[in-house]
Design a protein around this ligand. Structure first.
Ligand SMILES: Cc1ncc(COP(=O)(O)O)c(C=O)c1O
Length: 401
């Protein structure tokens, strides 16, 4: 068949691997299911955003432009300035709306990577699976930077050689990280920006969990903020990806944006015009409203705080787990193999979590996801605490075996 051979390089998605892992076991039928495997926010979306959406259904009669309406780009620029202390973001050239960051993270590599021998894309390990697929289909080789307990669950950038930096065309960052929740400090971001300028690679910083943090006084820093701090005021070589999915509980709206280096965004816009992925107008108007309000985001954060506090209290002393820097995942170490733990938890307690090895690749002789599981605290508080109690039951059963 005349099919793109790179398609064969794509790995089965983690949820497909999870389905296979559970294919020969039956979940305890006496307990209602609790799914903590998928990172889909389940708090209610803000009512005022739904209202804007409903009031603008007539806009379906028009084709939207790929670049997006000026009101949306202005609201995003204003949000970026306020959130990251940026003096001035140009809504004309430095902001581009996208249909969620997933498609944009993927499409960005297709638009930016110049095909050729030995082209590499660097990404964290474990990682959001799109980075790898994007690299492979762009004709590049993904290379993984391990995030382990020893590196504070951040990519171990010191392990990257000069040769690797030289060959790299694109570096994906994820801060706060999925699944580890680790936040890359401002100083590290600045070091990476200098490396990007020196070796002329692009940094694509996935910041879609940036609004889910614990301390109102110290939100996670962002890549554009790091640029400003070292005088890279045009954000050369740097773009950030933000989303309304987690911040505003609007995963179905498929709304996010890319911002930063105007030259890169101009090329990306050209690519997207052909790709044909403009955001529907009523979604753009609803997104404008969502980026213009912080009250609902503050409430959202508070609800995650309550869940982390309650769940960690229950798990304390039973499993090796720490509160993440930010985001909505726990990343505990399992007392048995991660896949076995996930199977037992499903069979005995009807709770679904994701084995860490499904989110990571073997690199430098280890799989940094091994013997960890990703637990997404997305369900309501009562369900999360019920799940935590069931995890403790499962751990007790495992120690009796
Ligand atoms: C790290 C990371 N980046 C990007 C996304 C995509 O989010 P969306 O496409 O909803 O903006 C997700 C979704 O789970 C994610 O975990």
């Amino acid at each position: 068949m005349p099919m793109n051979p790179e398609l064969h390089a794509l790995q089965p998605y983690p949820f497909e691997r999870l389905r296979q892992l559970f294919s020969d076991i039956t979940a305890n039928p006496e307990k209602p299911p609790i799914a903590l495997s998928i990172g889909e926010p389940r708090h209610r979306p803000p009512e005022f955003v739904l209202q804007v959406l409903a009031e603008n259904l007539d806009k379906l009669a028009n084709y939207p432009a790929t670049k997006g309406i000026v009101e949306l780009r202005q609201s995003i620029a204003h949000w970026l300035e306020g959130r990251f202390g940026l003096p001035s973001v140009d809504p004309e050239s430095q902001v581009l709306p996208v249909n969620g960051t997933r498609e944009a993270l993927f499409a960005f590599a297709q638009a930016m990577v110049a095909r050729g021998p030995d082209v590499t894309v660097l990404c964290p390990n474990p990682f959001y699976q799109i980075y790898e697929g994007a690299a492979l289909l762009a004709g590049a080789q993904p290379e993984f930077i391990n995030c382990t307990h020893a590196s504070g669950f951040l990519p171990d950038f010191d392990s990257v050689t000069d040769e690797q930096w030289r060959q790299c065309q694109l570096l994906y960052l994820c801060s706060p990280g999925n699944p580890t929740g680790a936040v890359i400090p401002l100083g590290t971001l600045q070091r990476l920006i200098k490396l990007a300028r020196e070796h002329n690679f692009i940094i694509a910083s996935d910041e879609c969990y940036s609004e889910l943090y614990f301390d109102e006084e110290s939100p996670p820093p962002g890549l554009l903020q790091a640029c400003e701090g070292i005088g890279n005021t045009d954000y050369c070589n740097c773009v950030v990806f933000h989303s309304l999915s987690k911040r505003s509980n609007l995963p179905g709206l498929r709304s996010g944006f890319v911002a930063g280096d105007a030259d890169l965004l101009s090329g990306f816009l050209k690519y997207r015009t052909y790709h044909g992925c403009a955001m529907p107008l009523h979604h753009q108007l609803a997104s404008t409203a969502a980026w213009s309000d912080e009250c609902h985001v503050l409430e959202n954060r508070q609800r995650y705080r309550e869940k982390f506090s309650a769940v960690l209290d229950i798990l304390d002393g039973h499993i090796e787990v720490a509160a993440p820097d930010a985001g909505f995942y726990l990343w505990p170490r399992t007392p048995v193999a991660d896949t076995e733990f996930a199977r037992q938890l499903y069979a005995l307690e009807h709770v679904t979590v994701l084995p860490g090895r499904f989110l990571a690749r073997d690199a430098r002789g280890i799989n940094p996801g091994e013997n960890r599981v990703r637990i997404a605290l997305v369900a309501e508080l009562e369900q999360c605490t019920e799940a935590a109690h069931r995890i403790v039951h499962c751990l007790e059963a495992l120690t009796q075996c």
